[in-house]
Design a protein around this ligand. Sequence first.
Ligand code: PGA
Length: 251
Amino acid sequence: MRKPIIAGNWKMNKTLAEAQSFAEAVKGNVPSNDVVDAVIGSPALFLAPLASNLEGTDVKLAAQNCYFENAGAFTGENSPAAIADLGVQYVIIGHSERREYFHETDEDINKKAKAIFANGMTPIFCCGESLETYEAGQTAEWIEGQITNGLVDLTAEQVSSMVIAYEPIWAIGTGKSADANIADEICGVVRSTVEKLYGSDVASKVRIQYGGSVKPENIAEYMAKENVDGALVGGASLEAESFLALLEAVK
Ligand code: PGA
């Protein structure tokens, strides 16, 4: 049985004071992480104070990115070793905004995945197609390619424990969510690609999220689907009330 995982992706939003008041509002109110993993993807700036505030609670933290080297002359980057040292458990990698605006390649993302595992954290690996690819009916091939290239040389044990988020680019922040059947079908493509590469045991363990305009009102439709184990949520994760409502809907 795969445990659901709901991860908020705050993107480049909030001040420290806003981040801390969100943490105060949710920390005693999230369901137990025996039932669901509740994760906040915060800007790197707030990870240290949030980690102290949320220590010992059922709210876990994700960085939204990291570099693939632990230290060195990489001005402006964040070290995965330093992130792990704060007590952060997850790192989102390969988000379409990073691929598109910051030119991240499958190869960069693969190196980041390895660095995240090497530091004892779990990647939330994003994949997703553009509207053009979707309309051309090439989603399955596209997703298969991103997964195959992104997982190069990861072990079966690593892939079993990771999280993969399917986020159609045309559904992110647009209010236009993919129909739950489409989400299930493409999360199924993710799972069968993992199966081809690593076998059925690994495919049955890897957790797959849908992301793209998920809200408290529609999350149950996605979570009812066989291949959807959680959600990666942008806009609707910014308010404490809405984040808690997403978690309530899946527990
Ligand atoms: P959205 O963003 O929920 O605002 O569509 C999802 C994401 O980019 O992870």
